[in-house]
Design a protein around this ligand. Sequence first.
Ligand code: ATP
Ligand code: MG
Length: 563
Amino acid sequence: MNEASPASHFIREIVDEDRAAGKNGGRVHTRFPPEPNGYLHIGHSKAICLSFGLAADYPGGLCNLRFDDTNPTKEEEEYVRAIIEDIRWLGFDWGERLFYASDYFEKLCEWAEDLIRKGKAYVCDLTADEIRAYRGTLTEPGRESPHRGRTVEENLGLFRRMRAGEFPDGSRTLRAKIDMAHGNMNMRDPILYRILRARHHRTGDAWCIYPTYDWAHGQSDSIEGITHSLCTLEFEDHRPLYDWFLEQLGVFRPRQIEFAKLLVSHTILSKRRLRLLVEEGMVSGWDDPRMPTLSGLRRRGFTPESIRSLCDRVGVAKKESLVDNALVEHCLREDLNRRAPRAMAVLRPLRVELVNYPEGKSEELEAVNNPEDPSAGRRLVPFSRELYIERDDFMEDPPKQFYRLAPGREVRLRYAYFIRCVEVVKDVSGEPVLLRCTYDPATRGGDAPDGRKVKATIHWVSAPEAVPAEVRLYDTLLTIADPGEIEEGKDFRYYLNPKSLEILDACRLEPSLAAAKPGEPVQFERLGYFTADSADSAPGRLVFNRAVTLRDTWEKIRKSQQA
Ligand code: ATP
Ligand code: MG
């Protein structure tokens, strides 16, 4: 079991009913069938959590990983490797049951001949354009192909010659013989095979005919003994065909059930479009931390726990809805708040000199590693006469609501002392470049023995020991919330957020962060959750990504929805 009591939803109810009725001997066997034509994105994680999670909730339940590799022109080995890595990272396991639809090419061919022999399939010589024209529309029936009446012998002979490579690409297809006037367009003599001389990532040049998704999918499910084949709503109209093929063949019949896709605001969830961004260099790759891919989210600092928690919260339904990106971030924050150690880092440094602190002296002050987790313990951070604070934590002429450092004003340095600004040194342009401050030795640890209060606590790092780093801050990929609202004639690239990446290259971190590893989240106090960049960070040249800020806009949205 995944959890004590997994949330119920309509698919679980169907599975429970099937089991109660003794279907499939009570077995529950699902599959996740990615097409290896791109990297997995956060939308896929819903399908993964659902199919793997559901199987795990039943005794003996299994979930296969099957690559749906029927389209040789778009598929690559790199994607297979990345998909495997991403599903493992999410926390799921398929045991020995890693399959490829291409494993079944021979069997599918046998079954195609079966259909031909039953008079249920024929070789058609119409071109792709002609087939489209003959198909009719939603309101008009289609027209029958002039080749529909071919005899079984003729069809068998032609199909074998198609397979043997005797005809040029695109010149013939094998089609099911169903009903050209059917109300469901998918039932109007759909294509089973097309001729295509393309190298396949696994079968090489062995084949010059390739099965369509519709012909391969249900039969692959059947071969693997899948009991419940879960897919997204766009396949609902394909279900009659899915069932028709299995019925004609008289083989084991899995049950296809459709659910709504996970859609997330401010981003794109389509491998085709994401691929364009990669190919056109608009992002640094599939794992660019701005991408909604699992590899991008991982590199940015997302945890598998947070993504699984998102999928749990979103639930499983038949109605599509756009999930606010703020909820995605909220799930991450909730997870990291519990687990991530805290550290101090200054992103836009402003130098501070403590004029009454002895030159050459340094000391170590105790800091709490995680206030949410006492077992995380404490650490020592160096303190000295020369410090950095955040540029934004000082204002020369502060407005009313600004309580942080200003000329003459006293604030607390976290875990350290009270300091008071006594002099502002500026550069030629009038920008403050150095604050001269006094510190009060009696306030060590952060409290004044005389009960004196300050209104703000700010973070800092000691300059001599600080480690330099580059820090990358991210904003949403798109400027619009709903990618479904992209105007006709406008390309989604028009809505790419020009401010999606901000690079700060003069950051200063407390020395403990020099040892930070990619995948280990850390909270920079007051700034957000960060992780070392898996591609670019190295000892001596640290690069950190901000996964998420501390500001929880989801809580605001939720409260305003309640009000
Ligand atoms: P894309 O449009 O991003 O290319 P796809 O559906 O073509 O997605 P597949 O590799 O075929 O990509 O998807 C594998 C499985 O993941 C399918 O069963 C599909 O229904 C499911 N899936 C794809 N996108 C989503 C999504 N946004 N939410 C939930 N499930 C999804
Ligand atoms: Mg697909």
